[in-house]
Design a protein around this ligand. Structure first.
Ligand code: FE
Length: 218
């Protein structure tokens, strides 16, 4: 399967916001699609392992901020490359709260969604939702998943690296004979003393929690 052939499916990129017991949760999604009218419905597919998925199941509602092409790549990294179980993602971005849910300050449109039903897929939950409210934000073209993959992914990885190293991009001190393995999701670079191949099978990316299988040798 050529995964790149899936990129031109014209999904956008969206920040989902949820209300936690304390504070807010959320993540980046690309799988959000209009479904029917009267009431206006849509499908959200969200990864089962994500904290956001668990919160949506509990609360039955979420916000959706539609990202513009001009979005700061860090916002995508902030919501996509780390888990809400370890980080307060909303603390790193400008946002407003409306009726108990968080919305990014910079987005093209905003939707409020209520879950009607949910179906478990292998890796994701497909939530059928009613769009109960919607309003416009800033002007601009929506960012597509294809544009993100082609033009913005490495900038998002760089922004996240800089954020994780306190604002300065870390300088690699790799000896000439040492391999570096790069996480295909968040850009984390593994160059530890234990060779990558010898890390345990259940080892996970320390930044985004994805398994060894998403890593590629640099
Ligand atoms: Fe990662």
């Amino acid at each position: 399967m050529d995964n790149k052939a899936l990129y031109p499916l014209t999904c956008g990129l969206y920040v989902v916001g949820t209300k936690k017991k304390e504070g807010f949760g959320g993540c980046i999604v690309d799988a959000f699609m209009r479904a029917g009218n009267d009431p206006i419905t849509a499908y959200l597919c969200s990864m089962i392992d994500n904290e956001t998925n668990a919160i949506i199941k509990k609360t039955g509602e979420f916000s959706l901020s539609i990202l513009p092409e001009s979005i700061d790549p860090f916002i995508i990294a902030n919501f996509g490359f780390q888990s809400g179980r370890e980080a307060d993602k909303w603390a790193n971005v400008p946002y407003e709260v409306k009726d108990g849910l968080p919305y990014l300050n910079t987005a093209i449109s905003y939707l409020r969604c209520k879950v009607i039903s949910a179906q478990e897929l292998n890796t994701h939950t497909s939530f059928l939702c009613e769009i109960v409210d919607a309003w416009s934000g800033t002007d601009g073209r929506p960012l597509t998943y294809n544009d993100y993959q082609k033009n913005m992914k490495s900038a998002a990885a760089d922004a996240f690296k800089a954020f994780k190293s306190g604002g300065a991009v870390a300088v690699s001190e790799k000896p000439a004979n040492k391999d570096i393995w790069v996480c295909g999701v968040c850009g984390y670079e593994y160059d530890g003393d234990v060779p990558f191949e010898e890390l345990p099978d259940d080892w996970k990316c320390p930044w985004c929690g994805q398994p060894k299988s998403v890593f590629k040798k640099k």
